[in-house]
Design a protein around this ligand. Structure first.
Ligand code: XBP
Ligand code: MG
Length: 252
């Protein structure tokens, strides 16, 4: 029977709500610094989030006529500056972890479950979040940090999940993905993984058809009960998401 041996975490939107007040703001700082008129407001950024990866997102905005044509080298340079601004925003400690993230990480680590990250984001942006929002000890506690351009195709392709599982030597049936977005869910699904989705303002209306558990957040015991939007295995008493729930999903 399948058992939970490994949890692979998405980063942006899952560990923390980094998009609106982190990545978006950092892109705008890079645009301003480069003397460009373009700004991504909260709503526009929501539209652009359908494309994963910051460089790919700029290319998409160019294609749809939002940004002027610029050479790829300029996109890459803007992205490098954006990443520096993002790291500085994260270092200010402005973006906390989402409710229940640290609890689930600690419970899973204590239970000897292998923990990894599978993200579209740039490695140095991930490092900043681990250092300033999670704590430096987590650099050693994650057995793999799979991020950014390390694979040819970003989410919704399965590559970053497949890569992490190969690195860890774990099988899909014993691995669970934690995601916040439609693209993340598609990626996990394509890699053959069961998946728990924690929605946020940007992803609430996306399609998570077939996901095992869809919740408003992982939540905490001493706070209000979370909203459960889909519960494929009819798990009982999902006031907040526990390690036991995650284990039950993989066993089912
Ligand atoms: C989210 C993304 C990333 C970030 C920006 O990835 O699509 O591109 O928005 O990061 P995930 P970069 O939810 O899989 O972590 O600018 O570093 O690409
Ligand atoms: Mg995400």
């Amino acid at each position: 029977m399948a058992e939970l041996q490994c949890i692979l975490w998405d980063v942006d939107g899952t560990l923390a709500d980094t998009e609106r007040d982190g990545h978006r703001v950092a892109f705008n700082m890079a645009f301003e610094e480069a003397g460009m008129a373009r700004r991504w407001d909260v709503e526009t950024y929501g539209e652009l989030l359908k494309v994963t990866g910051g460089k790919e997102r700029m290319l998409f905005d160019i294609e749809r006529g939002g940004m002027p044509e610029i050479p790829y080298a300029t996109i890459a340079a803007l992205h490098a500056r954006k990443t520096i601004h993002y790291q500085a925003l994260i270092a200010e400690g402005l973006i906390p972890l989402r409710a229940g993230v640290l609890r689930l990480l600690e419970d899973a680590y204590a239970a000897g479950i292998t923990l990894g990250v599978s993200t579209t984001t740039t490695p140095s942006a991930l490092d900043a979040l681990i250092e300033h929002s999670l704590g430096k000890e987590w650099f050693d506690r994650f057995a793999v940090l799979a991020a950014g351009d390390i694979v040819p195709n970003k989410k919704p392709a399965p590559d970053i999940y497949t890569y992490a599982m190969e690195q860890l030597g774990v099988q899909a049936e014993n691995t669970l993905a934690l995601e916040d977005s439609g693209n993340g869910w598609l990626s996990a699904q394509a890699a053959g993984l069961k998946c728990v989705v924690t929605i946020n303002d940007y992803t609430a209306n996306q399609d998570f058809k077939g996901a095992d558990l869809v919740v408003s957040e992982f939540g905490e015991a001493n706070r209000d009960a979370i909203d459960v939007l889909a519960n494929k295995q009819n798990l009982k008493d999902v006031h907040h998401v526990t390690l036991a729930h995650l284990q039950a999903i993989v066993k089912a």
